[in-house]
Design a protein around this ligand. Structure first.
Ligand code: 13P
Length: 249
């Protein structure tokens, strides 16, 4: 099995001062581990604080929660891939459920963003997931396959470049309703098959993370589930105590 990726998505929490304090505590209590990769998606404004705290801790990766697809220009409030790379980001979340459902991000926009991330030499982590309504209508697999195909449709180097995928069922995000390990495995298998069709054999080791109401209690079972290569954690990653417990799961 791959080395699991334990990813913290702080969403709109932990500004620079809090981020600095968080990292100080975290790094003091989390020595270098070779059996897993830790990845932080802080708010972009807190990236400098996290990058400075990380110093030479190359076992921990830095990512961003969102980018614009253009290389530069008149896009008030937006950030380009080049800028976030310059600030230390290696991985970019694309198509997070909140981007899709709160900010109206379309399938086409996720495609443009993944292509921009590839062009900029960073790794996209494409998030996919069905709503409760879609699940109850028996459409969960179709929905995530559509999101996966669309998100990667404009990338040109899928056969050679790294990508990551996160399965985050919308009904499980921030609700306390987590998918069972079996549910997650089943959907990850669907995603794996589709990824192999898109990227070829290298997709057998592409990390597919599960996200949605992960906490210290359920993390061990979820991360041990078949086809689950890591966890993408929102609420339980914001506080350093609970994140330490999840990261060690
Ligand atoms: P919660 O862990 O708060 O449910 O959020 C999951 C998520 O959206 C991570 O990206």
């Amino acid at each position: 099995m791959n080395r699991p990726v334990m990813a913290a998505n702080w969403k709109m929490n932990n500004g620079p001062t809090t981020a600095r304090e968080f990292m100080q505590t975290f790094l003091a209590q989390y020595p270098r581990q070779n059996d897993r990769t830790i990845l932080f998606f802080p708010p972009t404004l807190s990236m400098a604080a996290v990058a400075a705290a990380l110093g030479d801790r190359r076992d921990i990766l830095l990512g961003v929660q969102n980018v614009h697809w253009a290389d530069q220009g008149a896009f008030t409030g937006e950030l380009s891939v080049g800028m976030v790379r310059d600030a230390g980001a290696r991985v970019v979340l694309v198509g997070h459920s909140e981007r899709r459902h709160v900010f109206g991000e379309t399938l086409d926009q996720t495609a443009l963003k993944c292509a921009a991330v590839e062009r900029g030499g960073l790794t996209p982590m494409l998030c996919v997931g069905e709503t409760l309504e879609q699940r109850e209508a028996g459409r969960a697999a179709d929905v995530v396959i559509e999101q996966l195909r669309a998100g990667f449709s404009m990338m040109t180097q899928l056969a050679t470049k790294d990508v990551m995928v996160a399965y985050e069922p919308v009904w499980a995000i921030g609700t306390g309703h987590t998918a069972t390990a079996d549910d997650a495995s089943r959907m990850h298998r669907v995603l794996r098959a589709e990824l192999i069709a898109l990227c070829g054999d290298r997709a057998r080791t592409t990390p597919i993370l599960y996200g949605g109401s992960v906490n210290a209690a359920n993390a061990p079972e979820l991360v041990a589930a078949r086809e689950v290569d890591g966890l993408l954690v929102g609420g339980a990653s914001v506080d350093v105590g609970s994140w330490l417990a999840v990261a060690r799961a």
